[in-house]
Design a protein around this ligand. Structure first.
Ligand code: BMA
Length: 335
């Protein structure tokens, strides 16, 4: 088993004693297991909500906060802020996030819809990335300190692009973000690329990271939660898509990326680590989708809580031990 010499987990990070957690159920042999009371967030906690899924949560002032994808009853895709004492019971604002901007340029706030947020703590604030429509899907970015005021920044990339996922610190002096160039609609292809920036505004030095490689990840791939730094590399949980005779099927896998050159994939799971099986994952507005967007970790224990969208309708929670997931990734790798 991958362990650091101190005997604690391989996670390079902080402790989060109140990370949501449930032990693996007896008889369960999978490396990732589901919360027994899933879905952890229902589809309609307020009357104008059609669905809440693909959402991002982080530790915040001893509690938890997040940015949630809420599609409303007009089926507009919106971002809403939310708070939780324990990471399980959430209060999600019924009012969508209204972004502010310090810039005089009205283009910054031009925004048609938003979905699939990620939230990343870097330096001294939280950065939100999401699929922001600016003449088509691209990566929007904003920062917040309090989950009340969100300051919109420049769009990171040209259309069309999705699944913008930041690394939680600079690497070799550069901010880094994963993304997945796409097309206007339900893209039938998808490779993950890495882009680098000196200032979180200008992005370049693009590197290929990974693309489809058969089976459950045979059509497209996209980064999931913020990568987790470990002594074994960056642990990336990602989604992979298979085209079945009944449409796309979204599963999740794991990869280990080089710590200093994170476009280099050291290992990557041949089997999925989570696939649509439970009713709430197979039945909903878009059937057969598990779509991880956030992960909480407790470094001393190696506990990992994964938040994932289920059937584009509700949010699920699943657990793993980071060191078991790393071992699984290495010993079942396609690379
Ligand atoms: C992708 C995105 C996700 C969604 C998935 C399955 O293209 O739109 O938000 O969960 O399709 O519908």
């Amino acid at each position: 088993m991958a362990k650091s010499s101190s005997g604690s987990s391989t996670i390079i990070g902080e402790s989060l004693e109140n990370v949501p957690w449930e032990e693996r159920p007896e008889g369960c042999e999978s490396v990732v297991w589901r919360y027994s009371r899933n879905p952890v967030i229902p589809r309609d906690p307020f009357p104008t909500s059609n669905s809440i899924f693909n959402s991002a949560v982080v530790p915040f002032r001893g509690r938890f906060a997040g940015v949630f994808r809420c599609d409303d009853t007009q089926r507009n895709m919106q971002l809403h802020a939310g708070h939780s004492e324990n990471g399980i019971d959430w209060e999600i604002s019924s009012e969508r996030i209204h972004f502010t901007s310090e810039s005089d340029d009205p283009e910054i706030l031009r925004w048609e819809y938003g979905y699939d947020p990620r939230v990343c703590w870097i330096d001294d604030r939280y950065y939100v990335t999401w699929c922001n429509s600016y003449h088509g899907p691209t990566i929007g970015m904003a920062w917040t300190e309090d989950f009340e005021t969100f300051h919109k920044m420049e769009n990171s990339f040209l259309p069309y692009n999705r699944n913008g996922v930041m690394f939680p610190r600079k690497i070799n002096g550069k901010y880094m973000m994963l993304s997945r160039p796409s097309d206007t609609g339900h893209t039938p292809f998808g490779d993950i690329f890495l882009s680098q920036s000196p200032d979180l505004v200008h992005w370049g030095c693009h590197r290929f990271v990974m693309g489809p490689c058969g089976g459950w990840q045979g059509t497209k791939t996209g980064a999931g939660p913020i990568p987790i730094e470990t002594t074994e590399g960056w642990l990336l949980i990602y989604h992979g898509v298979l085209t079945s005779c009944n449409g796309f099927v979204y599963c999740a896998g794991a990869a280990l990326l080089d710590l200093d050159e994170p476009w280099k994939v050291m290992s990557r799971t041949a089997p999925y680590i989570l696939s649509p099986r439970e009713l709430y994952e197979c039945v909903g507005d878009v059937p057969n989708v598990v779509f991880p967007c956030a992960a909480l970790t407790d470094a001393p224990t190696g506990r990992l809580a994964i938040y994932y969208g289920c059937a584009d309708t509700v949010v699920g929670l699943a657990f793993a031990q980071v060191d078991e997931l790393i071992d699984f990734t290495k010993s079942n790798s396609v690379v």
